[in-house]
Each structure stands twice: as C-alpha cells, then as structure tokens.
Design a protein around this ligand. Structure first.
Ligand code: L14
Length: 340
C-alpha cells in the first residue's frame, strides 16, 4: 500500500516562522505530496528550497487553496482573518499561527502535549489555532503539575526574544548593537524604543486594563488550553535583546502541597519537557542552548517560602520552533493520523 500524502500550503512562507515551518516539515518527513509556498507581493519572484528542490513563491490570492488539504498560516492576523475562511471553504484544514481565531469558541486551540483531543473540534470551522509562543512553553510544563496538584494561581514574567516579531526585528537588534559599538546612529523602526542593551516591558498593544495584548493572550489561552477557567494568572511580558528563545520566570500556587523534587520527578516524565536543574553544576535552562531544539527546558525549581504551597521555576524554549512552527506541524501530524 502506498503511504498517503497531502497537499500542503505554507502562508507567509518567506517569514521567520514560515521558513521554520518548511524546515520542520522536511526534518520530520511530513508526508507532503505537493508544497505550495505563498506570500505577499513583496516576495514575488523568490524561490525557496523544499526537499532539495527549488519551489517558487506564489502571491497569495483567493484561488490559492484549490486542492490544498492542509494550510499552515503565519502571515499576520489580518491575512488569516481574510484568507483562512476562504481556504477552509475550499476544504483545506487551516492551522493558524496568528491570534486571529485563538479565542473563537468554534476553533480548537491546541498544544499536542496538553490537549490533543481538542483537534477533533476542527470540523466546526476547518480551522485549528496554534497558541502564542509564550503560552505554549508555559503550558507544556504546567499541565502535568496541574493534573497532579491543581494550580490555583500563576504569576509569570517573560523575557522574549526579537525573532517572534520577524526578520526586520532581528535586523534591528543586529543593526543597533553594531551601531552602538561603532558609534553610529541607531535605527529605531520596529520597536517603539531601542532594544539593544535594553528591556521593553511592552509586547503587542496596550489594552484598557493596563496589560498588553500579549499578557492577556497568556491569561486567556492558558485557561482555554488547560480547559480550566478557574486558574488565576497575572503576566508581564518583556522584550529582551536576545535573538532566539523565550525565557520565563513562573511562580505557581498549588492546591495540594508539592515539593521541588516531586515537581522535578513529574516533569521528568512529561512529553516535550527536559528538566535542567542542578545549581551545583551551574545547570539551568538558557535561551542560547534552547534555540534550534524541540524541547521545552525547565530548571531553578524551588519552593516559594512566601506562601504555603508555592513553586518557582524558569522555563525556556525556542519560540520559533515549539512556540510556532513545530507545534503547528505536530498538530498537522495528529490531524492526518487520526482525523483525515
Ligand atoms: O503569535 O514576538 O500572538 O512580537 C504576537 C507577538 C507572536 C510573537 C502571537 C512578537 C505573537 C509576536
């Protein structure tokens, strides 16, 4: 019997996440029959390599999805809002990496290690949402702890790399760093302030309540993925001058008491998680080592003495891989295995 394969489109193929989606499809040998690389006018004429062959990038339009079975979207929220429903109507299952549909009750929001069963809900709109990068790496660690001792409250601060914003942001950090060392003018275009040698407590737009949209994504998406609206969450999301990999300081309050060693033991068994926690050897997760890896790394696991049942930890993952491209392809793998 010949193995089934699928027509796959990558929307936003020339972007940071789009490029990584192409690599992850290759690396994991996703059964691709034909690949379609879609992008805006700006990328017209470019070509990218897939499985050793040059594939030209096509300009996205209403007719792009004829015969396409799976669409991986990462070209921004407004592109998804317009084109995901068009693709879905053509019978293409959309896995959308933007925030456009994440909180839509008709759209499952999936991290395969946490709520793979939700993928079955894709039939309502033919759309599955890929969560925010900072949310994904946090919930793969929180889920096993929640199942064991129930998490009541989470206080998280993030240290997010510039790659999440895209190629112009990577260039901006590079340019500013060089400029400062060589006493040239710095260019400030992508972020509202200098990012080199700085920390910006501001990701995505500010909302009425004083939080940013990125912070509220962490609150709302975590509850949806963990299927528990009772979890209280407060987030502060910060941009730092790091190219790849997001780090997070996470404080949790649990219903039942749990020791740091019990948390380590729980997480040692958790899918997609690596415990890196040995202060005596100066071992703890670092963004520079998480970059390019598939796993989420956790360390600095310790008891919070300020409350009865609290744990602190440090969680790091590659925001472009597990935080975006890899998570989307893992969803596609389960989709074709169990639902298509
Ligand atoms: O997917 O790092 O909601 O600037 C939006 C902000 C992705 C990261 C999302 C960033 C995020 C992006």
């Amino acid at each position: 019997m010949t193995k089934r394969s699928f027509n796959v489109a990558v929307v936003g193929a020339t972007g940071t996440v789009g490029n990584e989606m192409i690599s992850v499809l290759e690396q994991r040998k996703f059964p691709v029959k034909e690949i379609k690389l879609l992008a805006s006018e700006r990328s017209a004429g470019e070509s990218l390599e897939f499985d050793g062959k040059d594939v030209s990038v096509e300009v996205l339009n209403e007719n792009s999805f004829k015969g396409v079975e799976i669409g991986l979207f990462s070209a921004g929220g407004s592109i998804s809002e317009k084109f995901a429903p068009i693709a879905a109507r053509e019978g293409c299952v959309v896995i959308d990496n933007t925030s456009a549909f994440r909180m839509d009750p008709q759209v499952p929001l999936v991290v395969p290690e946490v709520n793979p069963h939700a993928i079955g809900q894709y039939t309502k709109k033919n759309i599955i949402a890929n969560p925010n990068c900072s949310t994904i790496q946090m919930v793969v660690v929180l889920k096993p702890i929640h199942d064991a001792v129930r998490i009541k409250r989470v206080v998280v601060s993030t240290y997010q790399s510039v790659s999440g914003t895209g190629k112009e942001a990577i260039r901006e950090l590079e340019q500013q760093t060089r400029a400062i060392f060589t006493q040239q003018e710095i260019e400030v275009n992508v972020y509202p302030h200098q990012i080199a040698f700085n920390c910006l407590p501001h990701i995505d737009v500010f909302l009425e309540n004083g939080y940013t949209k990125e912070e509220m994504k962490m609150v709302n998406e975590t509850r949806k993925i963990m299927e528990d609206d009772s979890i209280q969450i407060s987030a502060t999301t910060v941009r730092v001058p790091v190219f790849f990999g997001h780090s997070e300081s996470v404080n949790i309050e649990t219903e039942k008491k749990v020791t740091p060693q019990e948390v380590r033991d729980l997480l040692a068994e958790a899918p997609g998680v690596v415990v890196e926690d040995d202060p005596s050897l100066l071992k703890y997760p670092l963004a520079i080592y998480a970059a390019g890896r598939d796993e989420t790394f956790v360390g600095r696991i310790r008891e919070d003495p300020s409350i009865e049942t609290g744990i602190d930890m440090w969680i790091v993952s590659d925001n472009i891989r597990k935080g975006a491209a890899l998570n989307a392809v893992q969803i596609a793998e389960i989709l074709i295995d169990q639902f298509l």
